[in-house]
Design a protein around this ligand. Structure first.
Ligand SMILES: *Cc1c(COP(=O)(O)O)cnc(C)c1O
Length: 223
């Protein structure tokens, strides 16, 4: 399947999931995760009408996107991968949304840079719903306090939550938990669902689905 067809198939599946859930498809943003793929792979997806893309590394995105952005107006870039505090400056300058706010030192760095640069990327706090020791994200039981600290101590506007369920689990309870934490904190946006599970995520209220493989095909290197 070529990439334009992959994109069309994912779009169709989003429409179907929205219909099943009684949701307006306009409430679900597809983020095409293009990490590890070069411009040649990305151009057909842009030609297919896609404008919102996700990357997981600041350096990689900075290297490959400027020429594409210059040629294709209206591109929106989302950072979905983890962010080191020393790259906060570049991330704030380059991305329209950051999905991986997961610790207080990063909140502080982002607060400083958003003020200095007068830029306000959408911010999502990553929740480690499976409480996996090796994984980034705030533990569910610490989420309310962390969100309060982002707002009250750092003056950040948090728009939503992001989660990546453990690979070995059924994703639904993780999506439900993330949605519940967002609801009680008054957050409107939910970044959840990848190639394997985005229709389930839509059933649980995802507003942003992050889909790579189902559009671009399998990645060569670990991304
Ligand atoms: C790579 C990645 C995705 C896309 O995953 P696929 O399974 O290829 O759809 C989504 N979210 C994050 C955070 C990623 O790193």
């Amino acid at each position: 399947m070529n990439r334009a067809d992959g994109l069309a198939a994912v779009r169709e599946e989003i429409m179907r999931a929205c219909r099943d859930a009684g949701r307006d498809p306009a409430g679900v943003t597809l983020i095409a995760v293009s990490k590890t793929f070069d411009a040649e792979a990305i151009v057909p997806v842009i030609a297919g009408g896609q404008r919102v893309f996700g990357e997981n590394r600041v350096q990689e995105a900075k290297a490959k996107w400027p020429p594409l952005i210059a040629r294709h107006p209206g591109i929106e870039l989302h950072l979905v991968g983890s962010l080191q505090s020393n790259k906060a400056r570049d991330a704030v300058a380059f991305f329209d949304a950051i999905h991986s706010l997961d610790r207080e030192s990063l909140a502080e760095a982002l607060a400083k840079e958003t003020a200095l640069q007068a830029r306000k990327p959408l911010l999502f706090v990553e929740i480690n719903t499976g409480a996996e020791p090796q994984k980034a994200g705030i533990r569910p039981q610490e989420a309310d306090a962390f969100l309060a600290a982002c707002r009250d101590s750092h003056g950040l506007t948090i728009s939503g939550l992001m989660c990546i369920p453990p690979v070995e689990d059924a994703p639904a309870p993780h999506f439900a938990l993330t949605a519940k934490i967002a609801r009680r904190n008054g957050l409107a946006l939910l970044s959840m669902g990848m190639s394997a599970d985005f229709p389930v995520a839509i059933a649980f209220g995802a507003t942003h689905v992050r889909v790579g493989t189902a559009i671009f095909g399998a990645r060569q290197a670990a991304g």
